[in-house]
Design a protein around this ligand. Structure first.
Ligand code: SF4
Length: 275
């Protein structure tokens, strides 16, 4: 079996940084907790738990200790509550997400109606919406963009992990919505690079395996893009690789989301090589 890895895959800068900051926060003097899963990868979350890094879903769950804000970032009310409760803070918000948050806030302060192109249920988009203040909205499809009213001033930012091609299509639907539009394409290069490398490889092989958490938005997007080119399977671990996938194929490509640890990619690669 010929097995190829995408030119860009796996942990991005923001995730590496967040995990490093979380691991550095471990101390015998205090307990550390990530607010939500540090990354959308269950295997990595389990490994950090073994190292003594707990997970909370709400600040109400603790009265002391250090809170690790994950790479997706949080809204201003969370920082205020951490301070109010006297908790420690390790802020692992990815600098690219911070840039999107700041851009949204600046647009709102300048009097623009903020529209975030992204999934309103994703924690990163929720954090950007909060920084943009009341009235900001998120759109995830061309249909949702079509349904927007006209605005005096319209400011557009993107979820950092949004597909560049889809962003372009959705923005084109909004160009008629205002005569004063500012577009800030806050998609990070890690996402673009992983998507471009995945699409390129998917066009050269018979089958793609996309490795990463099923709850990871950027991994799911990689799988969707690859699916347009060839048969694609989205798996979380090497245990899910099935013998029957390999019956009629010669070339297989592997890619992985920005939150997929190297050790899992290696296990999948080695298992495929033995087929
Ligand atoms: S995908 Fe980009 S924005 Fe998201 S954590 Fe990684 S580097 Fe940061």
């Amino acid at each position: 079996m010929e097995v190829y890895l995408a030119e860009n895959l796996g942990f991005c800068y923001g995730v590496k940084r967040a995990i490093q900051l979380a691991e550095d926060s471990v101390s015998p003097d205090t307990c550390s907790y990530t607010l939500g899963s540090i990354i959308h990868n269950p295997q990595m979350v389990a490994r950090l738990a073994e190292e003594g890094i707990g997970k909370i879903e709400s600040l109400d769950e603790i009265q002391s200790g250090t809170v690790i804000v994950r790479s997706h970032g949080v809204g201003p009310h969370v920082y205020a509550k951490i301070e109010e409760k006297g908790l420690g803070l390790v802020d692992a918000t990815c600098p690219h997400v911070r840039k999107a948050q700041n851009a949204a806030k600046q647009l709102a302060d300048d009097g623009y109606q903020v529209v975030i192109v992204g999934d309103k249920n994703h924690p990163e988009v929720r954090s950007i919406l909060e920084w943009a203040g009341e009235g900001a909205v998120a759109v995830n499809t061309e249909e949702e963009a079509d349904a927007l009213p006209r605005y005096g001033r319209l400011g557009i930012v993107s979820q950092t992990t949004f597909s560049g091609a889809k962003f372009k299509k959705i923005v084109s639907k909004m160009l008629e919505r205002s005569s004063d539009i500012r577009i800030l394409r806050t998609i990070c290069t890690a996402t673009d690079q992983r998507q471009a490398a995945a699409v390129k490889l998917a066009g050269q092989v018979d089958m793609m395996i996309v490795v990463g958490g099923r709850n990871s938005a950027n991994t799911t997007k990689l799988a969707q893009l690859c699916q347009e080119k060839c048969k694609t399977y989205h798996i979380e671990t090497a245990d899910e690789v099935c013998d029957e996938w390999f019956a009629t194929i010669k070339k297989i490509g592997i890619t992985a989301g920005a939150s997929t640890p190297d050790w899992i990619i290696k296990e999948v690669y080695e298992k495929c090589q033995k087929k």
